[in-house]
Design a protein around this ligand. Sequence first.
Ligand code: GNR
Ligand code: NI
Length: 168
Amino acid sequence: MAKLEILEFPDPRLREVAKPVATVTDSVRTLVDDMLETMYARPGIGLAATQVNVHQRVVVIDISEDQSEPLILINPTFEVLDHQLHEYDEGCLSIPGFYETVSRPRQIRLKALDYQGESYALEAEGLLAVCIQHELDHLEGKLFVDYISPLKRNRIRTKLEKAHRQRA
Ligand code: GNR
Ligand code: NI
């Protein structure tokens, strides 16, 4: 397994739209393994392939307390079951140190392929529903800062750009 580098806002590569996986091969499974290692190391509760500069429709999620319930989402889609909006303070490994309140539909039904390439469906609400929608946004090149005011977004951009310059 390998830990991967995570792109940070405002990196333009985070804006790419990911392509569907044609077949779940061993190389896709290696990507999933590396993404799980990367997510668990930070730690985070989700990671989209876009964030590690792989523009394929692959996501990993684990909202358990003890990193014991990995969920693999390949070519995921969802439909809204309850349009009522639910607010959550979201963070993102690609926007480290910043949290903002985002409203999203509170209940969804996810369809995806698993590690073996088998299709499955599940209904989600609460944190899992938030996380699934946050990750599927990444596959479309979308970030949680797109839902907040341009003023707040620009402040975050300026602070992260400064941090990146100091790191370089
Ligand atoms: O680790 C993460 N925590 C989190 C908290 C609230 C809402 C969404 C998330 S996802 C985030 C990991 C990440 O950036 N995934 O793309
Ligand atoms: Ni994120």
